[in-house]
Design a binder for this molecule. Structure first.
Ligand code: BTN
Length: 257
């Protein structure tokens, strides 16, 4: 069971002050969407101990067993012209929260957290726009904290923090730390230039520049060499056919420098 009191005792900022907790839910992004429509405060966090239909990017599902990991969604209302910062701010906040353990971590575009080359966490951002105005953005984060063993199909590609560390972590403290990092970075979103965001991400990602990748987009696999992010957060890839920019898709293979 997630200990809500313990979480609040570790909480340093306002994000998560309003915490809506479910022992089990289909998806925290789905629940947060309903709540956001009815108008909850920015920084409200919807957390579940387990999810029955955890959603991943690109129509994937997110493995969400109970009692071990973190599955939560933060409701935010960023300035619409800063929306493209959000996936990177979310990825950076996870990476920063992991810093004390000195994992061999890497940000894989757009915001997968890899440890020892395997996926330890992911971010699903969903937005609600009405008449071109942003109603809210949902930052859904899943972190494999204490999973001991993954199903066969995930074992080669997934890792938990506990597996990497050789011991379990306290979920309540890690969530408090992560939300604090998110709140700090998000608080700077208006003042930060895109150049600054790109530099912060670049320092934590081995594949953003000069990396041979295969990228899957709309059922097609493209090959090329990464060349950084464009001004709207797209991944620039130099392919044999010329420069392509990906705003969605998935890197299915990359050779680290
Ligand atoms: C990915 O595919 O990498 C993104 C995974 C995001 C999973 C989290 S778990 C909490 C939140 N609720 C969901 O249904 N998905 C996100």
């Amino acid at each position: 069971m997630f200990d809500i009191q313990k979480f609040h005792s570790h909480r340093k900022g306002d994000f998560g002050k309003r915490l809506i907790y479910f022992d089990e839910i289909d998806s925290t992004n789905r629940a947060a969407s309903d709540l956001a429509r009815s108008g909850v405060a920015e920084g409200t966090v919807v957390l579940a101990d387990s999810q029955t239909q955890g959603r991943g990017r690109n129509t994937h599902t997110w493995y969400s067993p109970g009692g071990v990991n973190l599955y939560f969604t933060v409701v935010l209302i960023p300035p619409v012209e800063r929306l493209h910062y959000l996936p990177y701010v979310a990825g950076l906040s996870i990476a920063r929260a992991l810093d004390p353990w000195e994992f061999d971590s890497d940000l894989k575009w757009p915001n997968d957290i890899l440890i020892n080359g395997k996926k330890a966490g992911g971010v699903l951002i969903q937005t609600s726009l009405e008449e071109n105005r942003l109603q809210f953005a949902l930052v859904g984060i899943g972190i494999n904290v204490n999973t001991r063993d993954f199903p066969d199909e995930l074992r080669p590609i997934a890792i938990s923090l506990a597996q990497a560390l050789g011991k379990e972590l306290e979920r309540e403290k890690f969530l408090a730390d992560l939300l604090f990092e998110l709140e700090q970075l998000y608080g700077r979103i208006t003042g930060m230039s895109w150049e600054e965001v790109k530099n912060l991400v670049g320092r934590r990602s081995s594949i953003l520049h000069d990396c041979p990748v295969q990228i899957e987009h709309q059922g097609e696999i493209k090959m090329g060499i990464t060349a950084g992010l464009d001004s709207m957060g797209g991944l620039i890839v130099q392919t044999p056919g010329g420069t392509e920019i990906f705003y969605a898709g998935e890197i299915v293979s990359c050779r680290k420098k």
